[in-house]
Design a protein around this ligand. Structure first.
Ligand code: SF4
Length: 404
């Protein structure tokens, strides 16, 4: 039996976590209130973590908790109690970069798997062998490793390899940068990165500004999209493919997870039936990602050192090609009425596309729109308003609607 790859998604809160799992993630990583980077992401309380683990268990998924700060002494208060709580909640593992946190975890909460965070910037097999001796069962490789290097590393190590497949890149080996600290007093290694590398900068030669008016320099990179390299990573046998973005929206998580899940399923289906993978239309998946992605896309380090094509120049973002307008709460088969929660403005006669974990993209027009009390309305302008619409095909809870 082949070990199938794990699709690992981010979640900033319980709702996003449930969406990630429903849309196909095998595991979700979350941050607690302490010891985690992404301090500004809506981090999970212990009660939330317990609920997350129960939901994941019900759906055959795993929960990993990030504890990947580079801690100062005062950051370590309450460490043992916290680890015990995580173990009790049945968290599968923790993602750490501090050897001290890993050591304490192995002593007080030995059921927790110890995964080495990408913050440790591991790019070679010799380092992994040392981390194996320290009890790490999985290593999240630095994003600065190419496919060729990943392949060679895999041949030499026992630890599982986790590789970033999608999401933001940091141009300083994941947080080894003082830009944010210097410009905003927010520490990138304690979860406060202000992404100062993405700001617009003027370029000066002594006192002379040399960039033309209206043209700025960014130091940051475009975001990683690993669609084209996914099959090679599966051939190599990496254990886990990680999507970045604990601060991303529910719609983004659903779209990206669904896309990679479909691609992974296709890979196994084609390989098991000896069908050439070239028959898979990758362009379709790029277009799907574009429906929710608002950053420029790149291939990161997979083909080796990035070129200027991976850098941001002047343009920082794009607009997703489709706008998320609502999520399905319920569907009545007898009346064909869907109950939805509004997320963005839409109106009667808008053309929309429904999609879901098991629902193919399906277009329709909104011909009947009601408020919660079945009073006909023409526009849906209130965020989170509960609405009823007529839809001529079956929907399930958690299916989503986007405007065409
Ligand atoms: S400012 Fe940019 S380069 Fe620096 S840590 Fe943050 S993401 Fe990385």
């Amino acid at each position: 039996m082949r070990n199938k790859v794990e699709l690992l998604a981010p979640a900033g809160d319980l709702e996003k976590l449930k969406i990630a799992i429903i849309y196909g993630a095998n595991a979700v990583y979350i941050g607690g209130k302490k010891f985690s980077l992404r301090a500004r992401a809506s981090n999970f309380t212990i009660e939330n973590i317990r609920e997350a683990c129960a939901f994941a268990k019900e759906h055959g998924a795993k929960i990993y908790v990030t504890m990947n700060i580079i801690p100062h002494d005062e950051d370590l208060d309450g460490l043992e109690d916290y680890l015990l709580e995580l173990e009790k909640a049945q968290v599968t593992g923790i993602i750490v970069s501090s050897l001290y946190i890993a050591k304490v975890a192995q002593i007080v909460a030995p059921k927790l798997e110890c995964h080495l965070s990408t913050q440790a910037s591991v790019t070679n097999s010799l380092a992994i062998k040392e981390y194996e001796k320290l009890g790490f069962t999985r290593v999240v490789l630095a994003r600065e490793t190419s496919l060729e290097q990943i392949k060679k590393i895999k041949e030499k190590v026992n630890a599982e390899l986790e590789v970033f497949i999608h999401g933001g890149l940091c141009v300083s080996y994941s947080g080894r940068c003082m830009l944010s600290n210097h410009l905003t007093n927010r520490d990138a290694n304690r979860g406060g990165c202000a992404h100062s590398c993405r700001w617009n900068y003027d370029l000066y030669d002594r006192d002379n500004k040399i960039n033309p008016e209206g043209f700025y320099f960014n130091i940051g990179s475009k975001d990683l999209v690993g669609i084209r390299h996914l099959f090679s990573l599966l051939d190599i046998g990496v254990a886990s493919l990680k999507i970045e973005g604990r601060m991303k929206s529910l719609y983004y998580i659903a779209t990206v997870v669904r896309c990679y899940k479909q691609l992974i399923d296709k890979y196994y289906e084609y390989v098991d039936n000896s069908v050439d993978l070239k028959g898979i239309d990758l362009e379709y998946f790029y277009k799907e990602i574009g429906k929710a992605e608002n950053r420029l896309m790149s291939i990161g380090f997979f083909d080796g050192a990035p070129t200027c094509n991976e850098q941001l120049y002047n343009i920082r973002s794009e607009t997703p090609t489709k706008e998320f307008i609502g999520i399905v709460l319920d569907y009545d088969e007898k009346t064909n009425i869907a109950t939805i929660e509004q997320r963005n403005y839409f109106e009667l006669n808008d053309k929309v596309e429904f999609f879901g974990p098991t629902l193919e993209n399906t277009e329709t027009t909104i011909t009947e729109l009601y408020d919660e009390n079945f009073t006909p309305i023409e526009v849906a302008r209130h965020p989170l308003q509960i609405l009823k619409i007529k839809v001529p095909f079956e929907l399930k809870k958690y299916d989503m609607i986007r405007k065409i």
